[in-house]
Design a protein around this ligand. Structure first.
Ligand SMILES: NC(=O)c1ccc[n+]([C@@H]2O[C@H](COP(=O)([O-])OP(=O)(O)OC[C@H]3O[C@@H](n4cnc5c(N)ncnc54)[C@H](O)[C@@H]3O)[C@@H](O)[C@H]2O)c1
Ligand SMILES: O=C(O)[C@H](O)COP(=O)(O)O
Length: 527
């Protein structure tokens, strides 16, 4: 039974779903703050469910020897070392939509709070001061709202802004002109947004490009009296520069839900009269927390129990519906890759994968990952479908995918061609109605063989006497032949032989096969 650790505060719904799906679960919501304890126990788990408090570092991953999946109940995964997880073959998945509305609403609430100084007015009123003349606000209607990052959350904020009769402008290099029209926003460049906006709200991920996107030079480009909202990530704003601009009065107000260092218990901006601060509450509504807990537990259970992959950041998706049909082809692709990998002795320059017939309509990204896994495993024991594409890229292996209609006898065929300095080697296979993968072609020669744990592959000249002498050597070594599969280009031409045997092949027997006059190559293979 797979075992999952929940190390941050999640709705009890998550625990129940794991249990209902047959996954053992430990709920230790304070562990995110105790990295030593996490390090001590993480090796016992197949899955780790987190929010933003748990930091999944390289060190934690190194100790997580059983870990197969990290599930982020939320959006941002900047607390996870995703490249390190990928290199170790651990899937990282998030719940990209579960808290978007809630976070967009928080940004809008922050905008109102700034416009009408609601937190300050609230505190003053509770103190019995009745400072009616102190708090003079601004209207939102007809003001320009500048949105930086118009993805899931930014788009919802845009729609709300339009509803409030604001003029909404957006900077997002990936926002298409059509989508901008649909949302009713004007797409602009960043400098123009800085120049025109009365309110600026940030909704990008924290990346090398967005870090410090609001620094002193950006602030100086903004209108005097601008108000800034950040419900995305600390690190997008240079906090010291913002403080200087607030102190000078250039910026009229800032509303911050996120901080460069969290938890932020002491901060130079705390206590500033024009700053509204909340403790990373963007996703904190009952509805959003139910959504993300349910979704993360379902996604992680689906992966651990059925091999379905959804919302992974480092692996192609495989839906629960397609998993049963895809799984035998995943196995075929991996075994074909393994066949080619075990035969390849020089550096691999490229891999061409041809998908013919029905399989061309399937999830070929997942199949290509599986083929690369098999190909690289003889070199890299720990490679899996998550890490294989990154590892192939790191090694400069060019991957080409070709999809076409069925051309031969098979309704679905996968052909791998491995390109090395010396040669190109092709191998093709299919899955029969029994769900078992078969090799149906090697180096352009047709045959039909099931994969077996232990096999011998021989290339030879098609001459009389080979089969008898080969079988004699193998029999003398005390090895039982399970299946014997032959193919040849033409009578007397190149031939191949793929034999399944019961047990490992002794080196001496393999050397004796290689020494036969008609044999060109003999290799023991394991699947
Ligand atoms: N405060 C919270 O509790 C809370 C809750 C949820 C999400 N978030 C954060 O909100 C942010 C947005 O989340 P989302 O779900 O909308 O993400 P998203 O991926 O749907 O949207 C992000 C958008 O930013 C755009 N973008 C990327 N680089 C950019 C750049 N250099 N300049 C301008 N735009 C750029 C992308 O094109 C994309 O459209 C994330 O950082 C997420 O972690 C915070
Ligand atoms: O990226 C997110 O989903 C938000 O930052 C929410 O973080 P939280 O789950 O820690 O509240």
């Amino acid at each position: 039974m797979p075992r999952v650790l929940i190390s941050d505060k999640l709705s009890p719904t998550a625990v129940q779903i794991f249990k209902d799906r047959g996954v053992e679960v430990d709920y230790l919501p304070d562990l995110g703050k105790d990295k030593d304890k996490l390090l001590e126990i993480i090796g016992n788990y197949d899955g780790l469910a987190i929010r933003s408090a748990t930091k999944v570092t390289e060190k934690i991953l190194a100790a997580a020897t059983r870990l197969r999946v990290i599930g982020r109940a939320g959006i941002g995964v900047d607390n996870v070392d995703v490249p390190a997880a990928t290199a170790r073959g651990v899937i990282v998945m998030n719940t990209p939509f579960g808290n978007s509305i809630t976070t967009a609403e928080h940004a809008v609430a922050m905008m109102f709070a700034l416009a009408r100084q609601i937190p300050e007015a609230n505190a003053s009123t509770h103190e019995g001061k009745w400072e009616k003349n102190r708090f003079m606000g601004v209207e939102l209607t007809s003001k320009t709202l500048g949105i930086i990052g118009c993805g899931n959350i930014g788009s919802i904020v845009a729609e709300r802004g339009v509803g409030l009769r604001m003029h909404v402008i957006a900077f997002d290099p990936f926002l298409s002109p059509e989508r901008a029209i649909d949302l009713g926003v004007e797409k602009v460049e960043l400098d123009e947004l800085f120049r025109r906006a009365d309110f600026i709200t940030l909704h990008t991920p924290l990346t090398d490009k967005t870090r410090n996107i609001i620094d002193i030079s950006a602030l100086l480009k903004m209108k005097k009296g601008v108000r800034i909202i950040n419900c995305a990530r600390g690190g997008l704003i240079v906090e010291a520069d913002l403080k200087a601009a607030l102190d000078s009065g250039h910026v009229a107000g800032a509303a911050l839900d996120v901080f460069e260092i969290e938890p932020a218990t002491a901060h130079p901006l705390f206590g500033h009269p024009n700053v509204v601060a909340t403790p990373h509450l963007g996703a904190s509504t009952t509805e959003a927390q139910e959504n993300v807990a349910l979704q993360v537990a379902e996604q992680m259970s689906d992966y651990l129990m059925k091999g379905a992959v959804q919302n992974a950041l480092n692996m192609p998706s495989i839906s629960a519906e397609e998993a049963p049909r895809l799984t035998p082809f995943v196995k075929l692709a991996e075994q074909l890759g393994s066949f080619a990998g075990q035969l390849t002795e020089t550096a691999i320059k490229g891999l061409r994968i041809e998908y013919e017939g029905d399989v061309a309509e399937m999830n070929t990204r997942a199949l290509t990952s599986a083929a690369l896994t098999g190909l690289l495993r003889p070199l890299l024991q720990t490679v899996n479908m998550v890490s294989a594409p990154a590892m192939a890229k790191e090694r400069g292996i060019a991957v080409e995918e070709v999809r076409r209609e069925a051309v031969g006898n098979h309704e679905a065929l996968i052909r791998l061609t491995v390109i090395t300095e010396r040669q190109e080697r092709g191998v093709a296979g299919t899955v029969f109605a029994d769900g078992k993968p078969r090799i149906v072609e090697i180096k352009g020669i047709g045959l039909e063989a099931e994969f077996a744990p232990s096999m011998i592959y021989v290339t030879n000249e098609d001459k009389p006497g080979f089969i008898g002498r080969f079988a004699g050597i193998i029999g003398d070594a005390g090895i039982n032949i399970a299946t014997f599969n032959l193919g040849r280009l033409a009578a007397g031409a190149d031939a191949i032989c793929l034999v399944a045997v019961d047990g490992a092949v002794p080196d001496a027997a393999l050397e004796a096969v290689k020494a036969l006059p008609m044999v060109r190559q003999a290799k023991a293979l394991a699947f």
